[in-house]
Design a protein around this ligand. Sequence first.
Ligand code: RB5
Length: 149
Amino acid sequence: MKIALGSDHAGFPLKKVVIEYLQDEGIEFEDFGTFSEDSCDYPDYALKVAEKVADKSYELGILICGTGIGIGIAANKVPGIRAALCGDTFSARASREHNNANILTMGQRVIGPGLAIDIVKTFLSAEFQGDRHQRRIDKITEIEKKYNA
Ligand code: RB5
């Protein structure tokens, strides 16, 4: 499994924690920036990661900003992206099982590092359940097509 990672300055410290976890677990990843706590704009990193996940170069993505909100809103503008903001493990599991989320977003100013790692573990290990959930995902794709035509 290859993970595309990104954050803005406000998510940079938590991204370092996530990187340590991925390295310890031997999970392949690439960090698409930012690379410091210097102020930057979260849509730039949302776009880099979302495009790599949408074109299937990477199976899943993880994006972190201060709240996880802005970076997720931006990522969801890329067709094919289903970015889910998770602040608990129940949502992280459901986002994969029901919504087939392909990007996890988290807020460094909202959750601590311990919970964040539990959320990452859950997100990466849960599997999409298909069936009725696929029908709903297909309807989301139809909405996307309607407005991107
Ligand atoms: C940056 O200050 C902050 O606005 C950003 O990280 C994020 O929380 C936006 O949604």
